[in-house]
Design a protein around this ligand. Structure first.
Ligand code: ADP
Ligand code: TRP
Length: 318
């Protein structure tokens, strides 16, 4: 089984990203025959038009993922733009992608509604994503719910290509992480950078502490029994505990653990849980990060270059 996924270099990673995407994806490094992960800096250009911002964002994303255990010994890890075949294949695929297919993209409509300028690049986003996937003949593409339609589009485009030019691409399957619980943010809604309710994974300890201490609670008095099932602090805390520790903590809530203490305990557990990862993040040298990603691109191109050659043969460019 060949697994491929990719991540946007967009901002500070948070606990929701960790449990919702990083942890399950990281697991494929051990379970898949081959795992490919890349940072989609070309896709990021549909919303970022500042060179310094993009440069920093892609580098920061690489550092974050390496610190979080994405391992170049086990997976191929690279920047999308370092493999020019992605953009090259995108063009070829675009020539058989119906406009109607792209017009149905929910993500495109959402983004335009949110005020993002509707460039041709933004409209073509799903075609570049199809190229990302088809170039490597990925079987399985783990994504969040919002990206399922894009993987289905990649499958449609692969089918169109295969019909027109003969069997060339494997048909990818989206693997939607339905079973992953939505991580609540500090205000009880889904944790998301667009709601300003996140607990960051990296960065200074003070901002983690501030985020945790600001977690919403109800108006129960200090010693009143608390309901762990409706308490956001507990819902976050239990993600970091094994079953027996989580159930012992739930009992403490029922026995009146004050919210202030509950937050302090969460902060301690948080720093403990992510301690190693955060240390690694600090220790990673820029040159090392750049070298790892450079070597990853070389490995990716060992697959992408011959695949592109086969595509060119199929369409009559060779
Ligand atoms: P944000 O909502 O902060 O912008 P992204 O959309 O960049 O997050 O999310 C990247 C990945 O992390 C997605 O696959 C998404 O499913 C996962 N993710 C983000 N927030 C959460 C959350 N609160 N709970 C579970 N998964 C999440
Ligand atoms: N569009 C995806 C997101 O916003 C990122 C992405 C780009 C991707 N290319 C991909 C995901 C290929 C999986 C496979 O999260």
């Amino acid at each position: 089984m060949k697994v491929l996924s990719a991540m946007q270099p967009s901002g500070t990673l948070h606990l929701g990203n960790f449990f919702g995407s990083m942890l399950p994806n990281r697991g494929y490094q051990d379970s898949a025959d081959q795992a490919l992960f890349f940072i989609v800096d070309l896709h990021a250009m549909t919303t970022v038009h500042d060179a310094d911002v993009l440069r920093k964002a892609r580098h920061d994303a690489a550092r974050d993922y390496l610190a979080a255990g994405f391992d170049p010994e086990k997976a191929v890890i690279f920047f999308q733009s370092a493999v020019p075949e992605h953009a090259e294949l995108q063009w070829i695929l675009s020539t058989l992608t119906p406009m109607g297919l792209l017009e149905r993209s929910v993500s495109y409509k959402d983004k335009v509604q949110k005020g993002i300028d509707s460039s041709a690049g933004l409209f073509m986003y799903p075609v570049l994503m199809a190229a990302d996937i088809l170039l490597y003949d990925a079987d399985k593409v783990p994504v969040g719910k919002d990206q399922k339609q894009h993987v289905e589009m990649a499958r449609d485009i692969a089918q169109k290509f295969n019909n027109a030019y003969g069997e060339t691409f494997a048909l990818p399957e989206p693997e939607v992480r339905e079973e992953v619980a939505v991580v609540p943010g500090t205000d009880g809604q889904k944790m998301s950078k667009s709601y300003g309710n996140t607990i960051p994974l990296f960065g200074d300890e003070k901002s983690i502490q501030k985020a945790i201490m600001s977690t919403l609670t109800d108006s129960k008095e200090k010693d009143d029994p608390k309901d762990p099932d409706t308490c956001v602090i507990y819902q976050i805390h239990k993600l970091l505990l094994d079953e027996s520790a989580a159930s012992a903590l739930a009992d403490e809530y029922r026995n009146g653990l004050p919210y202030g203490d509950a937050k302090k305990r969460l902060f301690e557990t948080y720093m403990d849980y992510f301690g190693e990862m955060r240390k690694k993040h600090e220790a990673l040298k820029d040159d090392f990060v750049a070298e790892v990603l450079y070597n990853g691109a070389i490995k990716a191109r060992e697959i992408a270059v011959p695949k592109m050659e086969a595509v060119k043969r199929a369409v009559g460019l060779l």
